[in-house]
Ligand binder design. Sequence first.
Ligand code: M6P
Ligand code: ZN
Length: 188
Amino acid sequence: MQFPEGVRIDGITGDVTPSTGRYLKKLSALRDLYEAPELVDAYIAQHGDVDAYDVIEYRPEGSDICFGTTIMHPGKIGREYFLTRGHFHAKSGRGETYYTQSGQGVLLLHSRSGETRAVEMRPGICAFIPPDWAHRSVNTGTEKLVFVWNCTIDAGHDYAGIATRGMRQLAVEQNGRLAVIGNPKYRD
Ligand code: M6P
Ligand code: ZN
């Protein structure tokens, strides 16, 4: 039998108490997602293989839903920023929400039929990610970007398409400010 529970989420650190699992992504694991992977090598040569983001989960046994936090460290690789891998959900018809707690960023999305959108990530904004839209979050600020995600357990992750084709959009710094542009390397 499942029992209700209040889970404490710290909006600054992203800590989830209690949690059921967590993982950490190092920058090196994201190397080939960047338009200039050699700049990741240069970053790592200078700063070491730093933490890019942590994901902490609350996934109760037998539940249909789960939630947790993602804590993204700040950093820049050339004109791009620290980012997540990006994925479609493995199961069609499964959406998600991202509720930003601290920091600032942008959520890049594209649909299976090729429409693109970008949603600002800042405290007070809860992004709605419809089913069948690929999503990648990007930390465009100088502080940690912390957000609470919420989805169904059976949604799953499909990384293959984004890993091989890329996202349709890039978040880049242009003339000192954020610009969301078409990805010149996107493989249709
Ligand atoms: C959010 C959720 C997680 C996801 C994480 C990192 O926290 O959508 O399910 O794992 O972002 O994104 P990705 O898996 O694309 O690296
Ligand atoms: Zn997702």
